[in-house]
Design a binder for this molecule. Sequence first.
Ligand SMILES: [Zn+2]
Length: 98
Amino acid sequence: MFVQKCNNCHKHFKWVQIVKSIWKGYQPVICNNCNTEHYIKRSSRLLVALSFGLSIIPIECIVSNFEVGYYGILIYLILVTVISFIAPIYTRYNMKAK
Ligand SMILES: [Zn+2]
């Protein structure tokens, strides 16, 4: 799979763990196997924020061309949900610095 492995025991994180971490404001991901905490990398945090931010552009086009009105908000929410499910592919975590 594309999801990151634990830096300590090399067990893959679960997709949901990373999605949850993003939704909860980049909470640390804790390995199910060895309980090591992993913190999101600054670059990944930026990438996730950018992909959420940039998704407004296609929505703007849809809203202005098709007069979808308030459905624009709904479309944006759907897009944000989709992005957060794709995000674990490019989100990377570091072990806590001791
Ligand atoms: Zn582990």
